[in-house]
Design a binder for this molecule. Structure first.
Ligand SMILES: Cc1ncc(COP(=O)(O)O)c(C=O)c1O
Length: 395
């Protein structure tokens, strides 16, 4: 009989580097492979299984929605989508939302809104379509969101890329130098996840908010990775005490079901009208039911504060390990830098071999555990990492 891995590789395009692990099932924060080996989950499917595996309230909401009505298309209204939109606007402080299926799609929507906002207000002749993004950013894999992504390594093969994107270093002088009469927006991640868990400075954020307000330039926050409680606040922008004009969400928003959202403030909530945008599966009832369960869970009193406490606990323990030189990120978004000679990709492989699912981001080990992870599981997972690092120290 063919093995799953053999069968998989024969038929699925090889676009990902995968570990030789076949995951079979999961309970709470523990995954199991096809041999029954257990893994503590510090990756949550790249920050997506926000409530772990099979969280009871989430599972019940999703299953009962599947039984009731699985899909309708957006020619019709559904109560579950209305409820999700209402709750999402309430918890995020935004006025309206467009639902789609992924982070890239949410960013595509944000880019279209930014460009049409300027088109409507300043006219076609103004050619106000340029969007500034940051070096090391990651905004998705569609041709346009790859253009937005400020990593040279992503700008190969697929020419011509969508024009109108300018990439800068995250400092005010670079921003001012990049501004032209054609600038309509800046798009940024408050903590660059794929770029290496890099926190933007408050000084930079405050500076661009001042300039953008003055020049009517829209600010798009890509909170696909940082949003939905990951940092201990619903949005990372709340740490910086700012409200971007547009915020995009995906990953954790529906607890592991495909869902993306583009949230708009009043200023640009009516830019897209009938026929300007769409997505067949966007706002799918089952995904909205999952999203409602996520929002209900994370808005329970004390839930977000616990994330902050767990994040601090992680940091304290990590910094006590001699091989760790720094820890970046906020809350349960964690980037770990090791001393020279220790390779994060090798450590990641060893963690997997020893029953701990982790991620990497550039030269760092990265943790995005389920928000529901317990202190005991944090201890158990970090004990695995510490043992591996002690062996590295000896070798
Ligand atoms: C900040 C950010 N934006 C956008 C994306 C793309 O999201 P998706 O893979 O759901 O299209 C990602 C994915 O890692 C991300 O981290």
């Amino acid at each position: 009989m063919k093995s799953t891995i053999e069968n998989f590789n024969k038929h699925v395009m090889g676009t990902y580097g995968r570990y030789d692990i076949v995951l079979d099932c999961g309970t709470k924060e523990i995954a199991s492979d096809d041999y029954g080996k257990k893994y503590i989950d510090f990756g949550s499917g790249i920050g997506t299984n926000s409530l772990g595996f099979g969280y009871t309230a989430w599972t019940e909401a999703v299953v009962s929605q599947i039984i009731k009505l699985q899909h309708t298309s957006n020619y019709y209204y559904t109560e579950v989508q209305a409820e999700f939109a209402e709750k999402l606007c309430e918890i995020s402080g935004y006025e309206k939302v467009f639902f789609c299926n992924s982070g890239a799609e949410a960013n595509e929507c944000a880019i279209k809104i930014a460009r049409k906002y300027s088109f409507d207000k300043y006219g076609a002749d103004a050619k106000r379509y340029e969007i500034i993004t940051l070096e090391q950013s990651f905004h998705g894999r569609t041709v346009t969101t790859l253009s937005a992504t400020g990593q040279e390594s992503m700008h190969n093969y697929f020419f011509p890329f969508t024009p109108g994107f300018v990439h800068i270093k995250p400092d005010i002088r670079s921003f001012e130098n990049a501004l032209t009469d054609k600038t309509c927006a800046i798009m940024l991640e408050f903590i660059q996840g794929e770029g290496g868990v890099l926190n933007l400075s408050e000084e930079f954020i405050n500076g661009i908010f001042d300039i953008c307000k003055e020049r009517d330039i829209l600010i798009i926050a890509d909170e696909v990775q940082t949003g939905c409680g990951r940092t201990g606040k619903f949005l990372a922008s709340q740490y910086y005490n700012v409200k971007p004009d547009i915020t995009t969400l995906a990953k954790a928003i529906a607890g592991g079901l495909p869902m993306g959202a583009c949230l708009t403030a009043d200023k640009c909530s009516t830019v897209l009208g009938r026929g300007d945008h769409g997505s067949t599966f966007g706002g799918n009832p089952v995904c909205c039911a999952g999203g409602n369960a996520v929002l209900k869970t994370i808005s329970a009193p004390g839930f977000l504060d616990e994330i902050t406490k767990k994040g601090e606990y992680f940091r304290e323990k990590l910094l006590s390990m001699s091989a760790v030189t720094s820890v970046s990120g906020i809350g349960l978004m964690i980037g770990i830098k090791f001393r020279a000679g220790i390779n994060a990709a090798d450590i990641s492989k060893k963690c997997h071999d020893n029953g701990l699912l982790v991620l990497t981001a550039k030269d760092k080990l990265r943790f995005l555990p389920p928000l529901t992870i317990s202190f005991e599981e944090i201890d158990d997972g970090l004990a695995i990492l510490e043992k591996i690092l002690l062996q590295e120290n000896k070798s």
